[in-house]
Every structure is written in structure tokens, then in C-alpha cells.
Design a protein around this ligand. Structure first.
Ligand SMILES: *Cc1c(COP(=O)(O)O)cnc(C)c1O
Length: 416
């Protein structure tokens, strides 16, 4: 079916799905490593690229292909490449688009391993990189060098929730003959389509919103044009970080409800972020849907919704954050995000522990920041859960202040 003219929720259900001979309504799992050729001439024609068809699952597979076609259409790209993980997608992008002597400019608060892979591994092969706040155009401009081949942007970024103007940075990078790649994991294709804003390549950790059920790790890349698509696919096939057919089946199943999951979670996130802002124990809330967010207007222009990721910091800093994470009962203390269940985590000791305290500070967040991924539970239950955890934080710090007062360390109770 031609689904190009359909709305995004219809695309989520129908794009990429080709009925097979059995008439199967859901995409079957083609759990096979290899495909039989009709005869020697057929095999030769497939290898020569003269005929379309399947050869070997690392190169391509119908179940994986259905997912690739669906996400490529959601992102308005010319082709998708599914990978074993989000990092597999990022590794493929670096491998395909950079070489010895090349330079990359990237978002400072980028997903930790995206930076680690570059600084610890690609650097050994002579690739250079610079990390700046890409939400600030002048910082991007200053970081560009004659050998800059790639501008790698994560927006909204993790966990600082900074928003980069994709249209502006793409125009700037293209004027310097530099490709633009956007990690669109936090927004999902439901809320933001970077290729339409000028980016050349978009990628996702499908582990997060696209699959959405905390039961699969996977990634996907979508390219704007055929040349980039071919380069990226070759790098994926040669490095062997392909997705598995069963993995693709699960992701296809999760993807169908992306729209209703995102709508519901972001509705709750708005309510929770507003509520958090009014709590005396909370120092700062970063949610792009709040008018207090510095790039709220840009997010409104660039995205069709504000998503469900919130970062916040308590008055009591790191210690209070730790007490809160131990105090919540509905939210699960775990890394990852974008699933049907609410997750809470501490970037400084978990997802961003690979950075030094100074690097985290330069990336724009303190060691006291807590990240909260809103799921699809009832918002009032999540709020009550946070409230009882905040009560526990207050009770503990009040208790500690009293202890110190009694032992003579603190004369006057400071505050809870
Ligand atoms: C999780 C994540 C990744 C890495 O994806 P995996 O599927 O865990 O390999 C990359 N970028 C962002 C923004 C992420 O949240």
C-alpha cells in the first residue's frame, strides 16, 4: 500500500508492511540466516545487484526490512538501516562518515557512550572531536575546522534537555561542506523529523521510544539520500552490527503504538513538570514544555510536542537526589527511557559516570540532577509517588540536622 499521503498514526500501522503469500496481517518473523537462490543465475544476479531479493540476514531480511521501511517513511528519508543497538547505529555512522584526519563537532551533553566511542576508540585511528553546546550557534561556528566532516547533534539532549536549532546548524554545517547527523532518540519520529529540517542522517536507539516496552535493545539509521544510504548500509553490513529478525518483530509491534504512548506520556509529563516546579524541595526543573525552559519557543517550532523526559534538581543536591531515588515506589530506579513504565535515574553516577565532574559541569548539569522518564501510568499516582518520596527526603534531612544540632556540630537547625 502507498502510505506516503497518510497521517503519522496511519503510517505507524501500515508503512513498510508488504503482505506475503500467506496473507499474514502482522509481519512474520523470517528467522533464517540465509535465503535459497532459484538457480545459479539468480544467485549471481542478486550478488551483482541486478535483481532485488534476499541473500543473507546480515545483509538484509524481510522482517528487518519492514521495520527499516516504516521508520524511513516516518522520518521522510530514502532508506533505513536497522542495527543491533543504538550504539551499533552510532558506530556505523562514525565508521561510514569519518576517516583518519577528519574532525567531528558534537553536542557536549551527548549520550555518554557516543562520546566514549569517539574519544577512546575512533581517536586511536586519528579522528578528532570537539564537544560544544550545540544549542549555541556561535559555539558551533567557532568549533568548525577545515577538516570538520561531521556535525553530530543530540536534541533534546541528555540529561540537560537543551534544544539545538536543527535548521540553523544544518545551514551552517552545509556551508562548511560538513554533514549533519541528529540523534533523535529523545524526541522519536513522532515529535521531530530532522531530515525535514535539513539534517543528512537521523538515528535512534529504538530501545527507547520506538520500541517502548523495555524488552529490546536496538538501533536504526535513516539517510536523506541514496548515496549516504549506500555508504551507511555497507558499513553496517561489513561491521556486522545488524538487527536480528526476532528483535525487528518486537520493535515493529512496539512501534505501532508510538503515537498513543507519546501523546499520553507527554500529557502526564506536562502535569508532573508543572507540579514539580511548585514543590519547595525542588530547585530547578528542566522540561521543554515549561515556559521557564530557555528553548521552549524553539522546541515549539521544531517539534510537534514536548515529549516525556524531565530532569530536576532538589534543594538538597546530590544527597537529597539519592534519597528521592531510593524513596520512589512506582517509578523504577533504572537507566534507559521512553518506555511504558516510569523510570528514574541519576546521570552523574549512572549514565554519565564516564565524564569527570568538570566535564559534566561543562556539559551543563550538576551532580545533583535526577532524570525522570514519564511512562503511561496514571499521572496522579506518579505525583503521589514523588510526593511521598519528597516527604521522606525532608524527614531525613530534618532528622540529620537535629542530630548535628544535638551533637553540637550545628547550633541552629538549617533547613530541611
Ligand atoms: C540509549 C541511547 C543511545 C544508545 O542506544 P542503545 O540502544 O543503548 O545502544 C544513544 N543515544 C541516546 C540519546 C540514547 O538515549
Amino acid at each position: 500500500m502507498d502510505t506516503k499521503h497518510l497521517g503519522i498514526n496511519s503510517k505507524l500501522i501500515h508503512a513498510g508492511h508488504q503482505a506475503d503469500a500467506s496473507g499474514s496481517v502482522s509481519v512474520p518473523i523470517y528467522q533464517t540466516s540465509t535465503f535459497a537462490f532459484r538457480n545459479a543465475a539468480h544467485g549471481a544476479a542478486l550478488f551483482a545487484g541486478e535483481e532485488e531479493g534476499f541473500i543473507y540476514t546480515r545483509i538484509g531480511n524481510p522482517t528487518i526490512g519492514a521495520l527499516e521501511d516504516c521508520v524511513a517513511e516516518l522520518e521522510s528519508g530514502c532508506g533505513g538501516i536497522a542495527t543491533s543497538s543504538g550504539m551499533g547505529a552510532i558506530c556505523t555512522v562514525y565508521l561510514a562518515l569519518l576517516e583518519s584526519g577528519a574532525h567531528m563537532v558534537s553536542t557536549a551533553s551527548v549520550y555518554g557512550p557516543s562520546r566514549g566511542l569517539m574519544e577512546k576508540h575512533f581517536s586511536r585511528f586519528g579522528v578528532q572531536s570537539t564537544y560544544v553546546d550545540t544549542s549555541d550557534l556561535t559555539q558551533v561556528e567557532r568549533a568548525l575546522r577545515p577538516n570538520t566532516k561531521l556535525l553530530y547533534v543530540e536534541t533534546p539532549s541528555n540529561p540537560t534537555m537543551q534544544v539545538t536549532d536543527i535548521e540553523q546548524v544544518s545551514a551552517l554545517a552545509h556551508a562548511h561542506d560538513c554533514l549533519v547527523v541528529v540523534d533523535n532518540t529523545f524526541a522519536s519520529p513522532y515529535l521531530q523529523q530532522p531530515l525535514k529540517l535539513g539534517a543528512d542522517v537521523v538515528l535512534h536507539s529504538v530501545t527507547k521510544f520506538i520500541n517502548g516496552h523495555a524488552d529490546v535493545v536496538g538501533g536504526i539509521i535513516v539517510a536523506q539520500d541514496m548515496d549516504l544510504y549506500q555508504r551507511l548500509r555497507k558499513a553496517m553490513v561489513n561491521s556486522g552490527c545488524n538487527m536480528d529478525p526476532h528483535q525487528a518483530f518486537l520493535v515493529l509491534r512496539g512501534l505501532k503504538t508510538l503515537g498513543i504512548r507519546v501523546e499520553r506520556a507527554q500529557h502526564s509529563a506536562m502535569e508532573i513538570a508543572g507540579w514539580l516546579e511548585r514543590q519547595p524541595e525542588v530547585k530547578t526543573v528542566r522540561y521543554i514544555g515549561l515556559e521557564s525552559h530557555p528553548q521552549h519557543d524553539l522546541a515549539k517550532r521544531q517539534m510537534s510536542g514536548f515529549g516525556s523526559m524531565i530532569s530536576f534538581e532538589l534543594e538538597g543536591g546530590m544527597e537529597a537526589g539519592r534519597l528521592l531515588m531510593d524513596g520512589v515506589r512506582i517509578a523504577t530506579l533504572a537507566v534507559s527511557l521512553g518506555g511504558v513504565e516510569t523510570l528514574i535515574e541519576h546521570p552523574a553516577s549512572m549514565t554519565h559516570a564516564g565524564l569527570s565532574s568538570e566535564e559534566r559541569c561543562a556539559a551543563g548539569f550538576s551532580d545533583g540532577l535526577v532524570r525522570y522518564s514519564v511512562g503511561i501510568e496514571d499521572a496522579e499516582d506518579l505525583i503521589a509517588d514523588l510526593r511521598q518520596a519528597l516527604d521522606a527526603v525532608s524527614a531525613q534531612s530534618l532528622g540529620r540536622t537535629r542530630e548535628r544540632a544535638v551533637s553540637g556540630v550545628v547550633k541552629e537547625p538549617a533547613l530541611a
